[in-house]
Design a protein around this ligand. Structure first.
Ligand code: PHE
Length: 357
């Protein structure tokens, strides 16, 4: 014990006399005194040889010694005007402060959102058929979202789409002044027909809103790609072939399609299109509710009244329109089973699409 104390005094003097003219000397000091094989650690190891009744006092002396050594190291470091590199970058072997052989920090690359990936793929397929992209506002007036699309104020089919209306700042004087969040991108088609003469061939991608309780199968907002083609002699056969082409490009040549008669106020006749279930190949599963078919879109021939609303002569021009949900197509492509995943921004979900172009 006496001997240890003497040694400590000796070391203390040595420490305090040490200067560090350069980084190498500073590093040497650190290794000799404070390193994992340094003297401070070694003296700490002597504790076990100290008689139990003296251990407490000796422990204190040792601690002070350690703090003194650390303090001196800090003083030397500051004097050198150098910030020591983080411990991982130190090399015990070389006098250089940085070890350039250590692996670098990885650069993490973000990924594209699956809905954007699929939307862009949908757009590029229709572009090859001559469609161009049209966009419009998400806050719409009643006319462009409903009225012009053959859905007057009292039309029962308005209930098909539960609407978020915006609180008016003044009492609306007529239907056109009612503001809402668009329930479909057909409102963009209305704006295109308002501003362009046929031939018209547009697709309208965008976010739409409906007042629905959020669950795995429904959401208060989702995304659509709707299309509109108006020219002379456009027929239902053109509609079918266009959509069939889309499905084959999107899902491959094996997929089958079927059309079912349906009703939309803005098209007549109207049809919904199903594709054979990609998950179970038609055998029956949860996604297709054991029918072998999944519905992917609504479509039809543009109603003459809609054309008239925009001064397009229905005797001369005909057209078809269709609308589909990007979420649904993405669900089938990537087997996403909960709609909420798309908007939760959970990195574990999103990073699965890294590298998907
Ligand atoms: N606008 C319809 C909807 O959102 C889809 C649709 C578009 C149907 C065009 C027919 C024609 O549900």
């Amino acid at each position: 014990m006496e001997k240890l104390l003497q040694e400590l005094a000796h070391y203390r003097a040595e420490i305090q006399a040490t200067q560090a003219p350069d980084a190498a000397a500073l590093e040497a000091f650190r290794i000799r005194w404070l390193g994992t094989k340094g003297l401070v650690k070694a003296i700490m190891g002597e504790m076990k040889n100290v008689p139990a009744e003296e251990r407490k006092a000796f422990g204190q002396t040792l601690n002070e010694f350690k703090q003194m050594a650390e303090q001196h190291f800090e003083t030397l470091k500051t004097a050198l005007g150098e910030t020591a590199p983080p411990p991982a970058a130190r090399s015990a072997k070389s006098a250089t402060a940085l070890d350039y052989t250590l692996p670098g920090d990885p650069l993490t690359v973000g990924s594209r959102h699956p809905l954007n990936l699929v939307r862009d793929q949908m757009i590029s397929i229709f572009k090859r058929l001559g469609f161009v992209v049209a966009e419009g506002p998400e806050i719409e007036d009643d006319w462009h979202n409903f009225g012009a699309m053959n859905l007057p104020e009292d039309h029962p089919a308005r209930d098909m789409q539960d609407t978020f209306y915006l609180r008016p700042t003044a009492a609306p004087t007529d239907a056109q002044q009612k503001w809402l969040l668009r329930t479909h991108t057909s409102s963009v088609q209305a704006r295109v027909m308002e501003n362009q003469k046929p031939p018209i061939r547009v697709i309208c991608p965008g976010r739409v809103y409906r007042n629905e309780t959020v669950s795995a199968r429904a959401h208060c907002f989702f995304h659509q790609v709707e299309g509109l083609y108006i020219a002379e002699n456009v027929s239902f056969a053109d509609l079918k072939q266009t959509l069939y082409f889309f499905v084959q490009e999107m899902f491959g040549n094996d997929v089958k399609v079927r059309f079912r008669p349906s009703y939309f106020p803005f098209t007549e006749p109207s049809a919904e299109m199903d594709i054979s279930c990609l998950i179970c190949k038609g055998k029956g599963c949860n996604i297709c509710k054991h029918s072998g078919w999944v519905e992917i879109l609504g479509s039809g021939m543009v109603h003459p009244k809609v054309l008239e609303n925009f001064g397009i002569d229905p005797e001369r021009y005909t057209g078809f329109a269709f609308g589909m949900g990007v979420e649904r197509i993405t669900q089938l492509k990537y087997q996403v089973n909960d709609l909420r995943l798309y908007s939760q921004n959970d990195i574990r979900f999103l990073k699965q699409f890294t590298g998907v172009i």
